[in-house]
Design a protein around this ligand. Structure first.
Ligand code: SAM
Ligand code: SF4
Length: 331
């Protein structure tokens, strides 16, 4: 479907849990994490049945691509069964996953069987100390094993995501980029967005990151004209590299005019822009007995009224600003 600004919306990011086995400094607090109830009678996250029902509504409106995210999606015990149900929804032709990789090696065979088309693995450092400083956990080894395991599936598209943090992983950026040298994987650098705990960190801009990479690699990054994937990344080729280097630069290169996505939080809130809390409480509608037609209509109205753009560069009124953390929203 198209929103009121004429943009085609065909992609949804679904956060399936707010639990995580890491505590990245820009995403979650170290202690006192408030998590939603997952498995008692008061379950506060969307159930498999609810998610499947909603995905049927999304697909009816033309959404064909799903990204499963979290928190850490692989922490959700029924994630494989959930993925196979969502992938089977008529109209859904692409289902991908973003993960920190810690649990990936053991779960990958089941995820591939369930129909995952691509995996994005987040890793902010290849150095044990700075990995731990950023994620507050000693899980570098398992994350690297997750990456290796993913690369052993020739049909699985694998991408690496890294958030540059001034003073914390600057010296690691080139090493992470080098993952794309000998393997056909794309490494993307994501500008820090002022959402949740991310507000406490300075955004290292694409220009700054590019400068660091060119200096450290001793090679120029040449703009790549082709399109890779469903998202807003733009890519560069580097001589001698099999994979590309990408940037997701929501702050310095606003891409709202091409935005094709909406988000569903694990608590069932349909969000139409990362910066604002504008959207629709689908959990309340589902649990209040709404019919499929009522749900589809609510989704349609919400997407139709998607805001034109974010204003990360201007302070927004507190009442409109998103107060949820990225672990609940899903990135
Ligand atoms: N746990 C999974 C992971 O880390 O890939 C999925 C959820 S995580 C919220 C999804 C992505 O959002 C990760 O790549 C993470 O680095 C990124 N992210 C989290 N907070 C961010 C922020 N403030 N700005 C930019 N990216 C952020
Ligand atoms: Fe967990 Fe991903 Fe957030 Fe890191 S970025 S704390 S891995 S949800």
């Amino acid at each position: 479907m198209q929103d009121c600004h004429g943009r085609t919306i065909d992609y949804i990011r679904i956060s399936v849990t707010d639990k995580c086995n890491l505590r990245c400094v820009y995403c979650m607090p170290e202690k006192s994490v408030t998590e939603k109830a997952h498995c008692d009678r008061e379950q506060q996250i969307l159930t498999q049945d609810e998610l499947e029902r909603l995905c049927r509504c999304f697909a009816r409106l033309g959404i064909s691509k799903i990204k499963i995210t979290g928190g850490e999606p692989l922490m959700r015990r029924d994630v494989t069964a959930l993925i196979s149900r969502l992938k089977a929804v008529p109209g859904i032709d692409n289902l991908t996953l973003t993960t920190n990789g810690v649990l990936l090696k053991e779960q990958l065979p089941y995820l591939v069987e369930a129909g995952v088309d691509a995996v994005n693995i987040s890793i902010d450092s290849l150095d044990e100390q700075s990995y731990e400083q950023i994620s507050r956990r000693k899980e570098l080894k398992r994350t690297l094993e997750g990456i290796e395991a993913a690369l052993s599936y020739p049909d699985l598209v694998v991408k690496i995501n890294c958030v540059p943090l001034k003073g914390m992983n600057d010296r690691q950026l080139a090493d992470i980029a080098l993952l794309a040298k000998t393997r056909n994987i794309h490494v993307r650098f994501i500008e820090m967005m002022p959402i949740g705990f991310g507000k406490q960190f300075a955004c290292q801009t694409e220009e700054e990151i590019k400068h660091i990479l060119e200096a450290e690699l001793g090679k120029e990054l040449t703009p790549y004209k082709g399109r890779l994937g469903n998202g807003p990344s733009h890519y560069y080729s580097v001589e001698g590299f099999q994979g590309k280097l990408g940037f997701i630069s929501a702050v310095s290169h606003k891409f709202c005019s091409e935005c094709n996505r909406v988000r569903l939080t694990c608590g069932g809130f349909l969000k139409t822009c990362l910066q604002y809390n504008i959207g629709c409480d689908l959990l309340a509608l589902l649990r209040g007995g709404a019919s499929d037609e009522q749900l589809t209509d609510a989704v349609y109205q919400t997407i139709y009224n998607k805001p034109l753009c974010h204003h990360f560069d201007e302070p927004a009124a507190d009442s409109d600003t998103e107060q949820r953390s990225m672990s609940e929203i899903g990135g």
